[in-house]
Design a protein around this ligand. Structure first.
Ligand code: NCD
Ligand code: ZN
Length: 477
């Protein structure tokens, strides 16, 4: 057997350990991990001395804006940014135009993504007030999971009522798919924003004032109750506050199949940054008071928060710098800077390399049924690999990032750690900090390899579908 590629002299980092080893790759998969002299002959070798070899990150929360907003991002620029960030799988959100709410729109998006993507991907289907009937077709058409907007955010997708949410969970539960939640309660935020506007507040901090942490606390608790009742699997996106950790922990203790992510903005930015960054920092949920940061770090360490994602949400400079905060588009890019930002903290001793791999690769793969293909460095796994120089010191320049968005709160931030090469199923998507153009279109949807645990729907005799027919002996009409 002649392997396609052998990578020598790297330090391999998995979710469990870091050790010097060589890695052999054949036909897109890892063939062997071990001593250099145990490697098969190879068509190509790479000397990775000085580099750490880790599973590519799985970013379960990106907005690549395609179709719909080519001035903000598209599948090529977004996945190029992923490749430069050592990210090998992304899950794309459905707030594109049109929203990914039925099988035809999903098929169109699959066609766009598969033609342009440099890295692998999953597509979320939209779970809204009026999209529940499309769930079976969306599952058949290949979604990685569903997205439900409990609160208003960019794209202005109406948040479903609690009644629709319950019915949506009833319908998704037997499919085994996970429902990812934008867990902010709309009615609270809408009311506060209206009153703040009437009072004449247009400053950046008014955005935070409209969305106190209780909006997340209420939303997480309510979603967990519905998930517990129906047996649906849920995921809490972008955890931003210490307060919402309580309903998350309570739900986990009750046995709800619930996972959670936080994002670099909630670990590294705080209310103190609004003065400096203004609308650039506007994001949903908002960047909060500094005292939220340490509890979120602690929750990552304890495993209460399962993973890091980015909510990569690019907009143009014009859209991010409007004077009135309410007219500034929410979100900013992050898929390219997450790994360096987190590894900078590892360099400071705040977490270990294995912690980082657990948060960025292994746990997302586990939560979405992608083990043992993704998120691990072991024989048989997909050769999705980030080779990182942990000693590289650099600072972020928004003018030089791959994302089409040229504005972010990360501009000027000092980093320690830089991905040098990124492989997706054995092929270089980024090599020596250069995009490998031939891999455009190599990325493919991972829904086909997804294997979720057996679904466990509950209270199935009381679902909307179950009660629409009167049972025998139900009494007079
Ligand atoms: C996201 C976007 O721009 O699509 N914006 C944001 O502020 N996070 C939407 C979202 O994830 O809520
Ligand atoms: Zn969101």
């Amino acid at each position: 057997m002649i392997a396609d590629l052998v990578i020598d002299n790297a330090i391999v980092v998995t979710h469990e350990a870091a050790f010097p080893a060589s890695v052999a790759i054949h036909e897109g998969k890892i063939l062997a991990v071990g001593a250099k002299d145990s490697m098969p002959a190879a068509r190509e070798t790479l000397d990775a001395a000085g580099l750490h070899l880790m599973p590519g990150a799985i970013d379960v929360h990106v907005h690549f804006r395609d179709p719909g907003y080519p001035n903000k991002e598209d599948w090529a620029s977004g996945t190029a940014a992923a490749a430069f960030g050592g990210v090998t799988t992304v899950f794309d959100m459905p707030n594109t135009i049109p929203p990914t709410a039925n099988a035809q729109i999903l098929a169109d998006k699959h066609a766009i993504a598969s033609a342009k993507a440099y890295v692998d991907y999953g597509l979320y289907g939209l779970l809204g007030e009026n999209t529940i009937e499309h769930v079976p077709d969306l599952v058949a058409g290949g979604v990685i999971g569903f997205k439900l907007y409990m609160g208003n955010t960019f794209g202005a997708i109406p948040s479903p009522s609690t009644g629709a949410m319950l019915e949506a969970f009833e319908v998704v539960a037997p499919t085994g798919k996970r429902v990812s939640l934008h867990a902010e309660t709309n009615s609270i935020m809408e009311r506060r924003q209206e009153r703040l506007t009437q009072a004449g507040r247009t400053d950046a901090l008014a955005h935070l004032a409209a969305r106190p942490a209780v909006v997340a606390v209420e939303a997480v608790a309510r979603a967990a109750i519905l998930a517990e009742w129906t047996g649906a699997r849920i995921h809490v996106l972008h955890i931003s506050s210490a307060a919402e950790l309580k309903p998350l922990a309570d739900a986990k203790a009750r046995g709800v199949d619930i996972t959670g992510e936080t994002c670099p903005q909630y670990l590294f930015l705080s209310a103190d940054d609004y003065g400096r960054l203004g609308g650039i920092i506007r994001v949903n949920p908002p960047v909060r008071e500094a005292e939220n940061q340490q509890p979120i770090w602690d929750a990552l360490q304890s495993g209460l928060i399962d993973m890091i994602a980015t909510d990569h949400a690019p907009h143009t400079p014009e859209e991010k710098t409007r004077a009135n905060i309410w007219s500034v588009d929410c979100g900013f890019p992050g898929v390219e800077t997450q790994r360096p930002a987190m590894l900078t903290e590892v360099a400071k001793g705040r977490a270990s390399l294995t912690d980082y791999v657990r948060w960025s690769s292994f746990n997302p793969a586990r939560a979405w049924g992608l083990l043992p293909h993704k998120g691990v460095i072991q024989p048989g796994a997909d050769a999705d690999i980030a080779l990182v120089d942990l000693s590289a010191r650099w600072s972020v320049d928004d003018a030089k990032i791959q994302s089409r968005s040229r504005i972010s709160p990360w501009h000027g931030r000092d980093m320690c750690g830089l991905p040098i090469h990124t492989l997706v199923r054995g092929r270089f998507a980024m090599k020596h900090r250069t995009l490998v153009e031939e891999t455009r279109g190599w990325g493919r949807s991972v829904h086909a390899i997804q294997a979720m645990p057996e679904p466990q729907p509950l209270h199935t005799d009381q679902t909307m579908q179950a009660v629409l027919q009167a049972p025998a002996g139900a009494g007079a009409r």
